[in-house]
Ligand binder design. Structure first.
Ligand SMILES: [Zn+2]
Length: 148
């Protein structure tokens, strides 16, 4: 079976099934196909969007973009300064656990170690797992100059 999108001379569009494309040719030639809206037998095939379902390719985690604030000009300066002050405050009040962040955060969440403020790095994969486990954490925005 073949489904065609058909259109009449008046611009109506409708779908119709045919056993084969030859059936459509024969029926349209002999005027057997009529528009269901106006009865016109001046029917033509319309271009139909292909209904192909494609799997969306998932980008590798390493290619995930980091949110950054950039842009020059005096307007951006207060924003960058606020971000820097915030980052410094976080750095001054947290313990750096480096790449063990996910492990430490999880331990604290499940009460295996005493709660404290920590910071560190995690892979996007680790961050996703923490979020799934309900472990509270925040992602520190990176300053453009830290990305060297
Ligand atoms: Zn019509």
């Amino acid at each position: 079976m073949i489904k065609y999108l058909l259109g009449c001379a008046a611009g109506h569009q409708f779908e119709s099934w045919f056993r084969a494309s030859a059936d459509y040719d024969a029926q349209s030639k002999s005027g057997e196909i009529a528009c269901p809206y106006c009865g016109s037998t001046e029917i033509a095939k319309q271009p139909m969007a292909p209904s192909v379902v494609t799997k969306r390719a998932k980008a590798p985690a390493t290619q995930e973009a980091l949110p950054v604030i950039g842009g020059g000009g005096p307007e951006g300066a207060p924003l960058r300064e606020a971000l820097r002050a915030f980052t410094e405050k976080v750095l001054a009040n947290t313990e750096d656990v480096g790449p063990r962040f996910a492990e430490e955060a999880r331990k604290m969440h499940f009460g295996e170690v005493e709660e404290r403020q920590i910071r560190g790095s995690s892979t996007p994969e680790e961050a996703r797992e923490l979020a799934e486990d309900g472990v509270p954490f925040g992602i520190l925005p990176a300053l453009p100059e830290d990305l060297n």
